[in-house]
Design a protein around this ligand. Structure first.
Ligand code: AMP
Ligand code: MG
Length: 279
């Protein structure tokens, strides 16, 4: 159902403009919305299989890991990716962290301090629900630190990610984009339904008012931190079914490129079968 691999189709290319993103589009997908649920189910199984393989291999010494970085404005669908995509995996091998407003302790350290503590261990898939990129997004938009402090962070992030990749972590970065109107609808839903109140934060409206500044900050983030070793992917996210399918494919593709197989037995299988039969 994909005419083009999502990792190729969605990869950020220098010159791409946030203002030009068609958030309703479904790049590379030529199936119909009615196919989405079945396909999502099938691809979740494939993701789960590869994720378990990564975890299994760490038991026999493979030290590689994967890090999914989720960025996007409120209601973009980050939580849905965690629940409906990553949630299909084996929790033993998943390390989920959401990054909110830093604590006093976190603020007393370098901005990457809390990030380093949350990195995936060998065999794990780390999931960052927001990330170190908040330190060049909300921090920049709200002047939480002066430009002399946030400006060098782009390069610091690149150096940091280069080190992660060199030590065996595959990084999958996704930036999810919804329209201002779609965000309004989703926020309205959160205010209408008691089962959604927990996702609502009055501050979301304040962030909404700063949309143009966020667009600029997202543009700078993409321009300056999309590297060959850790590229950004732009996910049109007005259609949740599409963003979920696309990110599932990005994860599957990244895991496939790790060229894994099930770890070989560390024992003589036939001998063990005979022993078992005899007891
Ligand atoms: P949520 O993801 O809806 O739970 O909201 C978390 C909030 O924390 C968002 O408004 C983020 O922008 C904010 N946040 C995350 N990281 C930082 C940071 N480093 N500095 C300031 N605010 C942050
Ligand atoms: Mg929120």
């Amino acid at each position: 159902m994909w005419s083009h691999e999502p990792h190729e189709k969605l990869k950020f290319r220098l010159g791409d403009k946030v203002a030009d993103i068609d958030v309703d589009a479904t790049p590379g997908f030529h199936g119909k919305k009615s196919n989405a649920a079945t396909l999502q189910f099938e691809r979740n199984l494939r993701f789960a299989e590869l994720q378990e393989m990564l975890y299994a291999r760490s038991r026999s010494g493979d030290t590689r890991s994967l890090l999914l970085v989720l960025q996007g404005m409120d209601t973009a669908g980050k939580g849905g990716i965690v629940k409906h995509v990553v949630g299909g995996g084996n929790p033993q091998g998943i390390k989920y962290t959401s990054f909110g407003k830093p604590t006093e302790e976190e603020l007393s350290h370098d901005f990457l301090w809390r990030i380093r503590k949350a990195l995936p261990e060998p065999g794990q898939i780390g999931v960052f629900d927001r990330s170190h990129y908040e330190d060049v997004l909300i921090v920049r938009v709200h002047n939480l630190v002066p430009p002399e402090v946030w400006e060098p962070r782009y390069d610091e992030i690149n150096t940091f990610e280069r080190g992660l990749v060199d030590s065996g972590t595959t990084i999958v970065k996704v930036a999810m984009f919804v329209s201002l109107e779609e965000q309004k609808k989703r926020l309205a839903k959160r205010l209408k339904r008691p089962d959604k109140y927990w996702k609502y934060n009055p501050a979301d409206i304040d962030e909404r008012l700063k949309w143009p500044l966020y667009q600029q900050a997202y543009q700078a983030m993409l321009d300056r931190t999309s590297t060959e070793y850790a590229p950004w992917h732009i996910i049109p996210a007005n259609r949740k079914w599409y963003s979920r399918l696309a990110i599932t494919e990005l994860l599957i593709e990244a895991l496939k490129r790790m060229n894994m197989s099930w770890p070989p037995p560390t024992f003589d299988v036939d001998a063990e079968k005979k022993r078992l039969a005899s007891v």
